[in-house]
Structures are given as structure tokens and as C-alpha cells.
Write a protein that binds this ligand. Structure first.
Ligand SMILES: Cc1ncc(COP(=O)(O)O)c(C=O)c1O
Length: 307
């Protein structure tokens, strides 16, 4: 028999099979919810599980909620405690994914955010690597443009803006690519469909500025910090032109979902020698040691589910 799974819905831990929201829910009608994707890593050797940078994710959901005029019913610390409790109840013996959502729960057909109560739901599921992290990705530059800060702000992780990501990734896959890099309306590089982008040039990391219509990734910030501290590699945050993509020494994606994924082809042009680059591989290894709680110095980012 499969184990019962719980979700946290508006203050209660309930059976995932019976958790439901009305079809008239504002968030369902208009995409008016903000969310996070958080990973928990399981170590079979000692039956331990660590949630990676959970606090930073909940701090970001609080910022997203503020932008969308939503009220946080729980503090960041309370959300962390609720999440640990939920994972304990769900008792995975594998890596897992945590998806908290704060949503407009009023049943109304007006798009406005006022006079509309906020709900919260957190669900979890077992999840391993969904991208092959060894072979290198072949991506294209999307013909779609990234949503802008003055349209649907990418800085906030708003469910409705993922219609943009859905179009981007669908057309990329239909054209035979693994994903697509997206340009902003002004023609600069932003990020992948749902992950941030790094290039390597002359031994330095280059990534998009936080004001270039990106979601400011927790993984991005992790990589900037650990590359400097552990590998002595600086990151330059600046505008990136499309053609810089083609001549980079290396390129890789990063994100909670994508983790650290080398890119080996962009628009069918090989990046570097067309194989995952040495710096991307070094960063990938370090990242996995950190998220699994194997490096003492970075255990501050890992919340144990077992204690
Ligand atoms: C659009 C977008 N950019 C970047 C990221 C990477 O963010 P993080 O590292 O916080 O998961 C994500 C992942 O959720 C995303 O959806």
C-alpha cells in the first residue's frame, strides 16, 4: 500500500487525496498566487534529510506576496516549522520537492486583488533530478520575450507569469531543444524558462543583473557566494548580449529544479568544445556537496528534518 501523503491547507495538515479548492477560486481564474519551489535532499547512508535554503525561499515568497498585495498569515520562521512538520509526516526516503503557494482564495469573477482573502497551501512530492546533469543541454534563444517588470514582475514568483515560461519551454521542446534562453523586450539576455543563467568568460562568471527581468534565484546567489569563497572565482553581474552566448567559454543553468546544469549548445552552436565545461563541473560538484549537508561551513543553509 502506498503511504498516505499530507498537504498543509489553510492551517491544517490534511490528506492530499481529499485536499481541494473551489473552481471559482480567484487564483485559479487569474493566476493570482505566488509560490516557491524548494528541494529537500535525502542521504540514504545515515537516513538524514536536509531542506536547502528554506528560509531564503520563504523570505522571497514574503516579497512576492508584498508585490501582489497579499497578506502573510505566518512568519518566515512559522512557515519553516510547518514545512519540517509536513516533511516528517510524509516521511520520504528519497529527495523531495516542496511547493508552498500563497493564493487569492476569494470566489469572485473580478480580477482585482482587494477584498479578497489570502490562503496558503504547501504540498510536497518525491523528486529526483529531472534534467540529465551529465550530458549537457542543447538550448535555443526563444522567439518569445520575457515578461517585464512593468507587466508581470519576474522578481515576484507569480503563478500567472508561468504562462510565459510554458510557451517558452513548449516551443523549445517542439523544436527539439531542451530549453530556451529568453531575451527581454530590449534584446538583452534574461534567463532560461525557469532557471538562471551563468556564462564563463576568461575564468570569470557572468550573470544577468537583478534588474534585467529575472527571478533573483536562491541558487544564483548560492553560486555567486560559493564560487568566490571556495574557488576564488568572481561573478560579474551585467547586461548580456545575445551574441555573447555563442562565444562564451562555458554556460550553465542553475535553479532549485535545474540545480547546476551545463549547457553545451546554444542555437546549435557548440559552447566551448561542446562538452560540459570544467568550471561548470566544479561548481556542480560543490553544489551537490553543499545541498546534501556534506560541507560543515554551509550547513547553515541546510535545515535538518530529522532533529
Ligand atoms: C523563472 C525562474 N528563474 C530562476 C529560477 C531559479 O530560482 P531558484 O534558484 O531560487 O530556484 C526559477 C526557479 O524556480 C524560476 O522559475
Amino acid at each position: 500500500m502506498t503511504q498516505k501523503e499530507y498537504v498543509f491547507l489553510d492551517g491544517e495538515y490534511i490528506d492530499a487525496q481529499t485536499a481541494s479548492i473551489p473552481v471559482q477560486t480567484h487564483a485559479f481564474l487569474y493566476g493570482t498566487s505566488v509560490f516557491e519551489g524548494i528541494r529537500a535532499y535525502y542521504n540514504a547512508e545515515d537516513d538524514s534529510m536536509f531542506i536547502f535554503r528554506m528560509k531564503e525561499h520563504y523570505e522571497r515568497i514574503a516579497r512576492s506576496a508584498k508585490i501582489m498585495c497579499m497578506e502573510m498569515k505566518y512568519s518566515v520562521d512559522e512557515l519553516c516549522d510547518i514545512t519540517v512538520e509536513l516533511l516528517k509526516k510524509n516521511n520520504y526516503k528519497t529527495d523531495a520537492y516542496i511547493r508552498p503557494t500563497i493564493y487569492k482564495k476569494g470566489c469572485t469573477v473580478c480580477p482585482g486583488l482587494y477584498n479578497n482573502p489570502d490562503g496558503i497551501v504547501i504540498f510536497t512530492c518525491a523528486l529526483g533530478d529531472y534534467i540529465d546533469l551529465t550530458k549537457g543541454l542543447s538550448v535555443c534563444v526563444s522567439s518569445w520575450r520575457r515578461v517585464e517588470d512593468n507587466a508581470i514582475p519576474p522578481r515576484a514568483k507569480i503563478a500567472g507569469s508561468y504562462a510565459n515560461a510554458a510557451l517558452i519551454v513548449t516551443d523549445a521542446k517542439n523544436a527539439g531543444f531542451d530549453d530556451a534562453i529568453v531575451l527581454s523586450e530590449n534584446g538583452h539576455v534574461t534567463e532560461g524558462s525557469a532557471m538562471n543563467l551563468f556564462l564563463v568568460e576568461n575564468g570569470k562568471l557572468i550573470t544577468t543583473k537583478t534588474t534585467d527581468n529575472i527571478l533573483v534565484g536562491v541558487t544564483r546567489n548560492t553560486i555567486i557566494e560559493m564560487a568566490k569563497e571556495e574557488l576564488g572565482i568572481e561573478t560579474i553581474e551585467r547586461d548580456i548580449d545575445r551574441t555573447e552566448l555563442y562565444i562564451a567559454d562555458e554556460a550553465f543553468y542553475c535553479g532549485t529544479g535545474a540545480q547546476v546544469s551545463p549547457i553545451t549548445k546554444i542555437d546549435n552552436r557548440p559552447i566551448g568544445n561542446g562538452k560540459p565545461g570544467p568550471i561548470a563541473k566544479q561548481i556542480q560538484k560543490l553544489y551537490f556537496d553543499i545541498v546534501r549537508g556534506k560541507i560543515e561551513k554551509y550547513k547553515k543553509w541546510c535545515t535538518s528534518v530529522n532533529d
